[in-house]
Ligand binder design. Structure first.
Ligand code: C2O
Ligand code: CU
Length: 479
């Protein structure tokens, strides 16, 4: 298979070339070789979200790229990433899903001072787990994420995984105006109490989707990352039978998704194995129908005319090697009850789209406009000053019951840990799923477990960014 070779020196040079602040760039290549040192710079740039011939959109981007450069680390190998802030405001970088020392977690005012414009911060950590992760700012999150600051962070297995190709789709959406510029109005209070800022333009690896070229007979590992502010996706692969092999980077029992539909909320990742069994020359749609009245074709698998790569499809089962996660001991666990509360209490069930539809709803101002966890609301991005919601004994297993008492969906993210997803609404969750972000439907209750082995103050929040910044956020202290 073809591999786009980028040497470490080229990566570093690309990083430092950014003295020029405004660049017109192509989408990131979908494959890089691993390195242990990177330098990335968030700053203003222009991006061809609507394709090479479309109008350029002013964005904020890492190294001028949408999505940010794909960072590839190696499991168990120390990494050093220098972040140089070329924005006109403070920033930080959060390495979403990586189990790392608290001081490297990238939360301003909680784990580090903010990186001021023109300043740099050096992040150093050794990723213990192989898998699909991502990175994004944790300051002025609505704008910084909503204007484009996000990238994939891949941690490679110690031994290569036997697939023909490793594909990465960084999926996000944007709210663009008629001139293809990012619409203002971040932090709209009505949206914050409902579905959040769902955009009107979805991009795949930084551009409106075209086709994904594939070859008959090949076995593809497809890494899906949803970096949207608020858009939940439900993906169907017509004519294919994708097998889920990891959720949020953590290997699970290989399984086909329920009803063939993959739910991918903001910040969530899924690794799939897909055996390409279409005929040479055929085309097959990949559809997102979460907002069912607004289903659209995300992209299309376009088969090359070449003869199949192998005569008989592979049928060997595929399982990723396990990561060294501490196994919670449920017999000796501390119990934690978390209630998610607030938001608009209409009966719309969360399948409400932002943008156009939202503007027609100015009259609906009753209902609670903010969110809380166990009655407390941490808002904005200033994480300083609020005491932790609770303190967990270091080293103890934790059994968490999380109840969504609201009428809206919430992808709930815990920093610093991966947790087992044990139960949903009382029923055991199959396939040994681990996650760092769990999607709760309206009124869902989930049961999670993890070992509080990593000391520090850790954020717990909804990854629909409007919900996070409007109160659906708290801090758990371990130690
Ligand atoms: Cu990706 Cu605090 O989150
Ligand atoms: Cu939420």
């Amino acid at each position: 298979f073809s591999n786009c070779l980028v040497s470490r020196r080229e990566v570093l040079r690309a990083g430092t070339a950014l003295a020029v602040t405004t660049l017109m760039l192509k989408p990131s290549p979908s494959f890089a070789t691993p390195a242990s040192e990177y330098r990335i710079s968030p700053g203003r740039a222009r991006a061809a979200l609507k394709g090479e011939n479309g109008p350029a959109t002013g964005v904020w981007a890492y190294d001028g790229r949408i999505p940010g450069p794909e960072l590839r680390l190696r499991q168990g190998v120390p990494a050093r990433i220098v972040v140089e802030n070329r924005l006109e405001e403070d920033t930080t970088v959060h390495w979403h899903g990586i189990r790392l020392p608290n001081a490297m977690d990238g939360v301003p005012g909680l784990t580090q001072p903010p990186i001021k414009p023109g300043e740099s911060f050096v992040y150093e950590f050794t990723p213990p787990d192989a898998g699909t992760f991502w990175y994004h700012p944790h300051a002025d999150s609505l704008q910084q994420l909503g204007r484009g600051l996000a990238g994939a962070l891949i941690v490679e297995e110690a031994d290569p995984v036997p697939v023909d190709r490793d594909l990465l789709w960084v999926l996000t959406d944007w709210r663009l105006d008629a001139d293809a510029q990012i619409a203002p109005g971040f932090g709209n209070r009505m949206e914050a109490a409902m579905s959040g800022r769902v955009g009107n333009t979805v991009t795949l690896n930084g551009t409106v989707p075209g086709t994904q070229g594939v070859r008959a007979g090949e076995r593809v590992r497809l890494r899906l990352v949803n970096t949207s502010l608020a858009r939940i996706m439900a993906l169907r692969f017509d004519g294919h039978r994708p097998v889920v092999v990891a959720t949020d980077g953590q290997p699970c029992d290989p399984h086909e998704p329920d009803g063939g539909r993959l739910l991918l909320g903001p910040a969530m990742r899924i690794d799939l194995i897909i055996d390409m069994q279409g005929d040479p020359g055929s085309r097959h749609a990949v559809v997102d129908d979460f907002y069912d009245e607004l289903a659209y074709e995300l992209t299309t698998f376009a088969y090359a005319d070449d003869a199949p790569l192998r005569k008989n499809p592979l049928d060997a089962p595929f399982r990723l090697p396990a990561n060294p996660l501490p196994q919670p001991d449920l017999g000796d666990a501390e119990r934690l009850d978390l209630a998610l509360q607030g938001g608009m209490m209409s009966g719309m069930g969360g399948n409400m789209m932002g943008g156009g539809m939202m503007q027609g709803m100015g009259g609906m101002t009753h209902g609670r406009a903010t969110w809380s966890i166990n009655g407390t609301s941490m808002t904005g991005d200033g994480h300083a000053g609020m005491p932790p919601l609770m303190t967990l004994a270091q080293g103890r297993s934790q059994l968490v019951t999380m109840r969504n008492e609201t009428a809206w969906w919430h992808p709930m993210h815990l920093h610093g840990f991966s947790f087992r997803v044990l139960k949903r609404n009382g029923a055991a969750v199959p396939h040994s799923l681990w996650a760092d972000t769990v999607l709760l439907a309206p009124r869902d209750t989930v049961e999670l477990a993890f070992v509080a082995d990593n000391p520090g103050d850790w954020m717990l929040h909804c990854h629909i960014t409007d919900h996070q910044t409007a109160g659906l956020m708290t801090v758990l202290r371990v130690g």
